[in-house]
Design a protein around this ligand. Structure first.
Ligand SMILES: *Cc1c(COP(=O)(O)O)cnc(C)c1O
Length: 470
């Protein structure tokens, strides 16, 4: 064994102790750590030396080189994109995932059967979300990959409807996809799947401040397809204004038309945890496939999401993902292994942070996180609605606030204002364009965010106004 490796092995307790110290230092200081950095790094390019320095020295060098660019993305005032934090239990799970270093695929036989933990975690998540145990589900790196996985099986289904086996023979032209406000990652998935990012039929949204599809337009476009099968990509929570498609109405259309129904519920799925909002998801369990992110509202570390694909489609899922030229892996239908059910082969034990967090805090813990996030979004929404400088662009439907500077004459100042606000490093939001208006989004999914954070953020927002309108 290499001498430095041997030293580190002997000093593993000292190394983990130091990592604990660093971790605590970060976590205890997270409220004061900047939410953004503006300075480009000056560091020299990394140099791979012949002789290493051991972990403790390397850690020191890492801190010296990079600590300044690690922002408080896991902190309570990082409201850009849809950014979750990490609960204590989830950190414990993630650290142990690295320690255990399982290659999570199988549930029986000899060797690594850690996929049992993944299946157990799926059970917890189904109960949390109030879904039936009727899916072949698994963990992937994010909602992008969950969308990709679900839409790959949808593609196989659509091919079968045309008498084709897409997984074996390639993608034919003419697979029909309908959607109103697909997340960019669903559109990217269409590109990756060979369907084409432009090859979806765009549905109208409801009039007014809505991003949900107009069901009447959906039915009209279906009729234009004249009986051809299609894939419907629907949304449980659009990014700008967190609108939900009408799943009850979509479910009714299934009696009349032949389609694969996918729901991107990356963060909207967690509306199921809040009794006052659960109705938004009515009938969602009837979908063929559902995407859910865990590294957003479940507050586990990146990279963590799962897909749900109805068990009745299991054969299509295997056709899409089997390792068909590897006889040593066995028959995928009688020996369950994740490597035949999703894109990756080797994969880490992604489920453990979620397992530990769900066990540690239970249904009530997750419900509290969701309800608090919604309360914070409403509080910011109220502030915006009552302010003379800002304008709310849509009602706060769940956990996101979409707003702009009041007055058309200030449209060219919106992103400058946001830049100034973010530069302060105490709160972070992201730009968007909503109904042709330059706008700002603040999304709430972090378990730490409190009224105190809201007060700090509002003071920052008011301060930044003074710089823009001196
Ligand atoms: C965040 C998000 C995605 C993409 O998720 P990643 O985890 O970043 O891959 C997809 N759909 C929706 C609705 C999202 O909010």
């Amino acid at each position: 064994m290499n001498e430095l490796l041997k030293q580190d092995l002997l000093n593993i307790a000292g190394i983990l102790e130091q990592v604990k110290v660093e971790g605590l230092d970060f976590l205890n200081g997270i409220n004061g750590r900047p939410t953004s950095v503006d300075t480009p790094m000056q560091a020299n390019p990394a140099l791979l030396e012949e002789r290493g320095m051991g972990t403790l020295e390397a850690l020191k060098e890492f801190k010296a080189s990079f600590d300044a660019i690690i922002v408080a993305a896991a902190g309570p005032r990082y409201w850009g994109f849809v950014t979750g934090g990490t609960t204590p239990a989830a950190i414990a799970g993630d650290w142990l995932t690295s320690v255990y270093d399982q290659n999570t695929q199988s549930i029986k036989g000899q060797g690594d059967v850690s996929a049992l933990i993944e299946l157990d975690t799926i059970q917890l998540l189904l109960q949390l979300l109030g879904l039936p145990d009727d899916y072949t589900a698994g963990f992937v790196t994010g909602a992008t990959m969950a969308n990709f996985t679900c839409l790959a099986v949808a593609r196989q289904w659509a091919g079968k409807q045309l008498g084709l086996d897409v997984a074996r023979n390639g993608v034919p032209a003419g697979i029909k996809v309908l959607s109103a406000m697909p997340h960019s990652s669903a559109v990217k998935s269409l590109a990756m799947l060979g369907i084409g990012s432009q090859n979806f039929i765009k549905l109208q949204v409801l009039p007014g401040n809505r991003e949900a599809m107009a069901i009447a337009d959906l039915e009209a476009k279906i009729q234009e397809l004249d009986g051809q099968p299609f894939i419907l990509i629907s949304s449980a929570g659009t990014v700008n204004t967190v609108d939900f498609d009408d799943f009850e109405a979509i479910f009714k259309l299934r009696d009349k038309y032949n389609f694969w129904w996918h729901i991107d519920a990356a963060f909207g799925a967690f509306a199921a945890c809040a009794p006052d909002y659960r109705h938004l998801l009515k009938d969602w369990e009837q979908a063929d496939s559902i995407t859910v992110d865990c590294h957003k509202w479940l507050n586990v570390p990146y990279e963590n999401a799962f897909f749900l694909i109805r068990k009745q489609h299991q054969h299509l899922q295997v056709e899409s993902f089997q390792n068909s030229n590897a006889p040593y892996l066995g028959d995928p239908m009688d020996n369950f292994s994740y490597l035949n059910f999703l894109p990756e082969n080797s994969r880490r034990l992604k489920a453990l942070p979620a397992w530990l967090s769900l066990k540690a805090y239970g249904r009530a813990g997750q419900q509290d996180i969701v309800i608090q996030s919604i309360a914070m979004a409403k509080a910011l929404g109220d502030f915006i609605a009552n302010s003379t400088a800002f304008e709310l662009l849509a009602p706060v439907r769940l956990n996101t606030v979409c707003f702009t500077l009041k007055g058309d004459e200030n449209q060219d100042k919106v992103f400058k204002y946001l830049h100034l606000l973010n530069e302060g490093g105490r709160v972070f939001m992201t730009p968007t364009v909503y109904q042709q208006k330059n706008a700002i989004r603040a999304a709430f999914v972090n378990w730490r965010t409190s009224q105190e954070d809201m007060d700090i953020a509002i003071a920052e927002m008011e301060n930044a106004l003074l710089s823009i309108f001196p």
